[in-house]
Design a binder for this molecule. Sequence first.
Ligand SMILES: C[S@@+](CC[C@H](N)C(=O)[O-])C[C@H]1O[C@@H](n2cnc3c(N)ncnc32)[C@H](O)[C@@H]1O
Length: 259
Amino acid sequence: MSKIQHVGADYLWRAATSPAVMAVRARAWQLLGLLPGARVLDIGCGPGTATLALAARVGMFGAVIGLDSDPEMVASADASARAAGIAGWTRHQQGTATDLPFPPASFDACYCERVLQHLTPDHAVRAVAEAARVTRPGGAICFVDSDWASFSVETSEDALERKLHSLHLAQFHNPFAGRTLGRLLREQGLGFVVTEPIAVPLTAAGALELLARTAQRAVEQKQLSDAELTRWRAAAAVRLAEPDYAAHLTMVIAVGRRL
Ligand SMILES: C[S@@+](CC[C@H](N)C(=O)[O-])C[C@H]1O[C@@H](n2cnc3c(N)ncnc32)[C@H](O)[C@@H]1O
């Protein structure tokens, strides 16, 4: 299966403002321990879903810089910062996680959410090394990522769900990024490393939206038959109407301190 196209800003805002992701972030930022006045880098910031909230935490005597490889995400994040009246201490720029355009020790903290899943494992190592390089001694680094091995969607079509599951995770360069985070931080010499897996419940609509895209692509690439897609859609339609629907994905938080 070809690799997933990055999702759009709308999807990222919907995810970031869902209660489950808000809870993951609240815990991640508690572990990151940001103080007012801190200078923070958000790596792979997307449309600024985290930078805006981080800006409120560090306040106007701090600084938040968001970096993303996609110029449209950068423009969207900057527009949101201006609209929120925080552009004086919150800015976004284009760049890559594997070659950060900042001098060593230039931040008090680095945050990076759901980016390593899109990088090859080698590039993920490089991205963590870069975050460690630009964080000052004593500063903290937090990575949050999905472990797609844990993606589980209740259905009456179990075999088809497992087939779609493996097709879905084949779209990521690094689908198991979440479960590697603690090791990656330790390998870069970070101390006091804490990892916390959190099961994120998904709504029926959210889980089915994710798998519907995968199913459609799989049919186009002849990895799933039309008959299988029809069966999957029929089973999914039934689940959408049920109140006790169960689907979840484990996200992992890993925080470490530059020694
Ligand atoms: C799943 S989105 C997460 C965005 C944001 N962290 C959030 O949680 O809303 C992944 C983001 O990483 C960016 N990205 C992918 N590869 C990157 C790289 N090598 N360097 C910097 N950003 C990258 C994408 O453009 C996208 O905005």
